[in-house]
Each structure stands twice: as structure tokens, then as C-alpha cells.
Design a protein around this ligand. Sequence first.
Ligand code: SF4
Ligand code: SF4
Length: 381
Amino acid sequence: MQYRKLGRSGLEVSTISLGCEGFIGMGESEAKAMFDTAIDAGVNFIDMYSSDPEMRSLVGRMLADHPDFHIQGHLCSIWQDGQYKCSRNMDEVKIAFDDQMQRLGRSRLDVGMIHYIDSLENWNIVWNGPVMEYARSLKADGRIGCIGISSHNPVVAREAALTGEIDVLLFSINPAFDMLPPDEDVMRLFKESTYTEARHNFNPEPVALYELCEREGVGIDVMKAFGGGNLLDKKLSPFGCALTPVQCLDYALTRPGVAAVMCGCRNLEELKVCLSWCDADEKARDYSTVLTSQKKFTWSGQCMYCGHCAPCPKGIKVADVNKFLNLAAAHSEIPETIREHYAVLAHHASDCIQCGACEKRCPFQVPVRQKMTEAASRFGF
Ligand code: SF4
Ligand code: SF4
């Protein structure tokens, strides 16, 4: 298992982590087999977005002997009349959060995730109102380690990331969603009609969001890496062919700022497939074969951080250099952290001999030689 820092939260989380929806209605022995397998594989983090009380109690029992397993709890995800509801009513929010902690058997949750903010109007209500005040008080009292928000809208997520108070973002990331403009209606992300229009390259907002999060130390954990399962189904995938779970996971995990994918597995088989990312070779992880076989959707000139251009005769990690160049692009002065990350690379852009071998291998027509020249000039070496 690989572990990554979840931004500035102080948490080190497993790249393959757990969603909770698969545990709804699951029996004790099946859930135990799932947790045993996950923990044996090194998984140490779970998202608890669902408010299903039985499921929360089940997860609490499964984690009773694992106090170091990190939990991302949710504020505003409540249970009413036997159903999930997103609420900003503080009486409901507080009762639901206390109940969640009690069912999970914890006096402290690692992340307090403010649930489901997809419009700027809703963000303003949360940020300027009692929900945020409550989140701050939970953090001050040590009942949560840090504050996060969950969203599908990069415009909202950007506002949150810029506050300096939101340390973690639960965001929907996959190559289909990343092509779309920001939207306040999450259901549109799943509609077939949304993908009828030809699209070229990513939409700039999600790309800028991931780069912003990496720069600012806002840790991203990922939901909907499989597009609700649509990307795994040839008939439902907007690309006209299915991606494998490992390709979807690798896509999400190669976006800047991303620490973990929360995999909502419904059974042991699905969990094992997700865990197989850890040992998958480059060929199995390679999502570029699917993305570059499209007529309607094309990507060109934009680095996807896929690493296909390796090996470089001078040992330059082109994907890393491109990433730090992109992270530096938004600043007139390069931030110290980005400069340091660039400095510790074993080989720098100034080592480039302009041989062009990388460009021949790049499936996305990135002008790597030009990028190396830009990076050498920007960083000074
Ligand atoms: S052009 Fe530069 S970065 Fe690309 S393979 Fe050659 S030396 Fe490496
Ligand atoms: S330059 Fe091309 S091959 Fe290399 S990481 Fe970027 S997109 Fe992938």
C-alpha cells in the first residue's frame, strides 16, 4: 500500500481507502471479511458520508479494535424518517453528529466533512453561518481533527480551498467529469445527454482546482472515481468503451493534490479489484489508451501526468517537472514549497538535451521540449 499526506491535515492515508455505501445492509460476517482484507492490505481511512445508522454502528464495531484507523465523518448528513437527508438545521446537524460519533465509538473523528455543497449560494450559507461555526467549535474541542467539505462543483471547492480553514476536500474526480463545465446539479454529471457534445481537453476549472489544492496544502480524497459505475460499462461510458477500475483509480491518483480514493465497494470481489491497483503494472494502470482512442473527446497539449513519456535519457521525470511548472504558473513569485519540491528532483529541466524522445511517446501531444525550456527558465535550473 502507498500512503500519502492528506494535504496539511497531518494525516497519512492509504491511496486506496474505503467509502461506506457498500456496507449498507451488509451482514456482520461479510463486513468483517471486508475490513480484515482491507486492513491486511494496509487500508487506514474510511469516508462515512451515509447517515444510515445501522451501517454506522456496523462500521463502529468493525473498527473497535483499530483506534488508529482514520475516519472522515460528515456534518449535515442526517437520518430522518428512515432516509438520508442533507440538512443545515443546526438542531438536526448536532444530534446527527453526536449519534454518528457514538455509533462509531469514537470521541474524535479525523476529518469533519461538511456534507454536499454544490452551489455558491449554499457555500455562502455554510461559510457565513452556524454550520461553519459548529465545525470550528468541534475542531477547537478536539472532536474533529480538521474541517473538510464535499462537493462536485470546482467553483465551490475553489472558494473553500482559498479560505485557509478548509483542509480537506472530498471531490468527484474522473476523466468524464473533468471535461465538463462547473454545474450546480450533480445529476447532470451522470446524464447521457451531457456527453453528446464533442469536447476537447479538460475544462480548466477542475484542473485549476487540483493544482490550487496541491499548492495550498488542501488534501483531496476522491469520490465517484468510476463515475457511479458508468465508466466501467461499455454501454454507459461516454467514451464508448469501458475503463477498468484500475485505470479509473490511477487517473484519480495522478491528479495533483489527490491523496486517496474512497472506494465504495459492495462486496469482497470489488474490494480486491480496487486493492489490485497497488500491485498493478504500468500497462494495467494506463488510462491514456482509452482517452486517446476517442474521436468525440480529444486531449491535446495538456500534460495528464500519465508518465508515458519515460524513460528520459537524462533521467528527468517529465510528469513531475510539468506538474511543478503548472503549479508555479499561477504565481509571479514561485512559492517556497513548490521550489523545494522541484529542487529535490534528481534531475531538472536544465538537464534536458532536447532529444525529443519523450514527445514521440507522449499520447497527448505535449510539447515537452518547450515545457523543459520554460521550466528551466522559471526555476533557474
Ligand atoms: S527531450 Fe528532454 S525531457 Fe524529453 S526525453 Fe529528451 S532529454 Fe528527456
Ligand atoms: S508529457 Fe505526455 S506522456 Fe509525459 S506525463 Fe505528460 S501527458 Fe503523460
